[in-house]
Design a protein around this ligand. Sequence first.
Ligand SMILES: *Cc1c(COP(=O)(O)O)cnc(C)c1O
Length: 396
Amino acid sequence: MSSNALDQFLNENLEDLRSKGLYNEIDVVESANGPVIKIGGKELINLSSNNYLGLATDELLKEVAINAINEWGVGAGAVRTINGTLDIHTQLEKTLAKFKGTEAAIAYQSGFNCNMAAISAVMDKNDAILSDELNHASIIDGCRLSKAKIIRVNHSDMDDLRKKAKEAKESGLYNKIMVITDGVFSMDGDIANLPGIIEIAEEFDLITYVDDAHGSGVTGKGAGTVKHFGLADKVDFQIGTLSKAIGVVGGYVAGKKNLIDWLKVRSRPFLFSTAVTPADAVAATKAIEILMSSTELNDRLWENGNYLKNGLKQLGFNIGESETPITPCIIGEEKTTQLFSKRLYEEGVYAKSIVFPTVPQGTGRVRNMPTAAHTKEMLDQAISIYEKVGKEMGLI
Ligand SMILES: *Cc1c(COP(=O)(O)O)cnc(C)c1O
């Protein structure tokens, strides 16, 4: 017997979404998530993953993960504070601190969890958070969880940030004020104005928090957006994920030792949820070592990104103002965007449409995520499919 109220809620809301065409049917990928994937028995050039460096299917990482299972088993066995901190978890954290150039780092089960963990460990109802309006959902949720006053700031608008920081400071209402931003904004591929943000933070004594999930492995020759701007010692919280460029799963916060010590005793996802598996910890550590030892994959990522951007631009598509390999192809109207993505799929390119409310109305786009693992032939094939579909639909 299930609750009538629940049944009614689910039926009404699912029906509402389906009738508006907003219910997302999830595609099942029948192969590893590489540069070419199989869906419904059909091979597609994959321009939708966050696997920037192709590390998700890297042979060496697979090997170290398998060895880790043989040595350490398939699970950590307990939360970190009981007895689930394996030597390989601390190795991962040491490697992360070295990677980010900070005194220390703490690893979590995901990037999403980092934002659940870190914000509310230091911010409370007597504090305020200045948050860019385009920040990731996990930042928004992490801010809400803290119960701090959330002050939305216009996207990358330094005048607005300064004005709101000044108001918050001069109001005398808050014990602490934090400014929080994505390092790279994933819908448009633009990079946060960290020098501008740091200048304002110094002026008003703001705590600085940068979630560089889309930047690490990508910007700053792979080191991330904070290092790209040479600001490693100016950012209090550096957040990253191990699931995008790093190719595995997990997340981390890097910063000063006393911050990390605090998170180890006060952040709830660390205290009450088991750590990533041995295979994950070892593979992520190795992936970061690969990243630190050579820029080869990063160079190829940018080369491929620029190649795809030029190809689409030359065809006459609007590819926006991305500063990273993320390549939006802006179509505009929502229905046309969805049809365009569907036609690309039918012709052999997997690039997802992103429409309102994820992006502003009338700026529907197909977002392309080229990776280091794509070959020129794959990209050429994708570009020629874009040309075919674009002409067929009268878009170019
Ligand atoms: C993807 C993303 C996350 C979530 O990372 P996961 O490790 O997949 O949970 C968090 N923050 C930002 C800015 C992201 O882009």
